[in-house]
Write a protein that binds this ligand. Structure first.
Ligand SMILES: [Zn+2]
Length: 224
């Protein structure tokens, strides 16, 4: 039986320093993401989230095609396919004590990520509750701003979890996208420089993308 290690990324406090990272020689890889988002999510929140994830990975040669569980995935250009689940609490109400402690997780089987990412929207929302907008609580901001904040935070958490998959690494870096913890205000800030890959990540990504390309040129290879 394979061992299953659940990777937890918690929302504790950590100091983070942005570092400029050049992409260098890049390989273009197409990642198909089957996104199982809550039906209650607004189009605006979804659009902000998916664009944020895509924008974080684009400089590194990773392009993302968004698929829905309702649509049979097309045999498009995806070199690799990932499923993203975003379960809500079964009770329908958020209470601090009942929240899952992690923002998201990736399951590794025998040291290899299995292609299913879980994002916990309610924990992400709780993490950004203390964020400020124009000197006030962001919960007092107009609806659209709140949706943008939530979408941006979700997109960054998803980008981080996707990093565990694309780098095939459970470990974290001290800074950048793959650091272990995010502050709420970092998740909503318009500046995304704190969510860049670090040199260690770039080396791992290059190796992994080469594997994808060798295994599945033009067809889905690492199916979840
Ligand atoms: Zn993590």
């Amino acid at each position: 039986m394979p061992t299953r290690d659940l990777l937890m990324c918690s929302a504790l406090i950590v100091a983070a320093t942005a570092a400029a990272v050049g992409a260098g020689e890049i390989t273009i890889a197409h990642v198909g993401i089957v996104l199982d988002a809550p039906p209650s999510f607004s189009e605006r929140r979804l659009a902000t989230m998916t664009e944020e994830t895509a924008a974080i990975w684009r400089p590194y040669g990773v392009t993302i095609t968004w698929l829905t569980p309702l649509r049979e995935p097309e045999p498009g250009p995806a070199d690799v396919r990932v499923v993203v689940r975003m379960p809500l609490s079964p009770h329908g109400r958020r209470t601090a004590g009942a929240l899952e402690p992690s923002l998201g997780s990736v399951v590794f089987v025998d040291g290899i990520p299995d292609g299913v990412i879980t994002i916990r929207p309610e924990t992400v929302e709780a993490a950004i509750l203390a964020a400020r907008w124009n000197g006030r609580s962001f919960t007092e901001a107009p609806w659209g701003i709140q949706e943008d904040f939530a979408g941006r935070a979700l997109g960054r958490v998803l980008a981080h979890e996707l990093g565990h998959y694309l780098l095939a690494q459970k470990s974290h870096t001290q800074t950048g996208l793959m650091r272990a913890t995010f502050k709420g205000r970092e998740l909503v800030a318009t500046d995304r420089r704190a969510f860049q890959l670090q040199p260690r990540d770039l080396a791992a990504l290059g190796t992994r993308l080469a594997q994808f390309m060798a295994t599945s040129p033009g067809s889905p290879g690492f199916q979840p």
